[in-house]
Design a protein around this ligand. Sequence first.
Ligand code: F6P
Length: 320
Amino acid sequence: MQRIAVLTSGGDAPGMNAAIRAVVRKAIYHGLEVLGIKRGFSGFIEADIEPLNLRSVADVVHRGGTILRTARSEKFKTFEGRKMAKENVDRFGLQGLVVIGGGGSFLGAHVFSREFGLPVVGVPGTIDNDISGTDYTIGFDTAVNTVVEAINKIRDTATSHERTFVLEVMGRDTGFIALSAGLAGGAESIIIPERPFNLEEICARLVRSYRKGSSHSIIVVAEGAASGMEIGREIKNRTGFDTKVTILGHLQRGGNPTAFDRILASMLGAKAVEWLMEGGSNIMVGYVAGQVVAVDLERVINRKKRINMALYDLAGILSI
Ligand code: F6P
């Protein structure tokens, strides 16, 4: 193996740059050439590809976003689009590909690898943490810390004005960010898609805690479970409490990665190169119980990651 490529795809996540850096430096360490594919699978189709060297990844380990840029490519979902990407595999002499992204990106990579035989290794990068076969995805820890910081700040103003706050956080189909940040931030209630919620109960809880002397409340809602605006409106209507809504949005995707995300990205990126060199393909580099593990991409794509319900119940107990 002489030449590999790396791309980032789907929603950006803090730590992706540390992963790109690890891929590039590990490959160069072993005498390989590395090409960077810009804008995910879109750049793969459009030949937006350039060589990367040690300098290309200098001064990026601490930066959020992705220096390779990213996209969600509709065209790559078609055979015609993937065939154009295959032409670029031949044109640039690519012998392996590292895909840093989430579930949708892995599906595309898996199909492509099956169709055209290019060895592919996936590195899980998404703030959502919704990838099975790994305890953590790159970017999740940073996003959770961003949300916790927001909760801390909102708590100051919530206490001062004796208000109820609904905080809507990201998580397209899952509640990983909401649960972790809600627990760490001491939220009164956490609403996630994995557990049906009862607004009547949530309001009763708010009224109880108000009667016990609590002057403010924070409710964290995962965007995939409900709209923060609607929950806020309903709470206000039912309880009469002064209720405000904050939607954190894309703020959660930016910022300097935490040390945890940088270390995770470095380990997983480097291992992806190692496995490509050893002939691995159609696998994802996961992190399970403190170990770096190989997981079949097919398994990753077909299994839904389970949220830790014990943690959810604990958050409920601790917020009485
Ligand atoms: O997949 C990561 C994520 O941030 C989700 O939490 C969110 O729903 C989605 O991406 C937003 O995507 P976009 O930036 O394309 O609006």
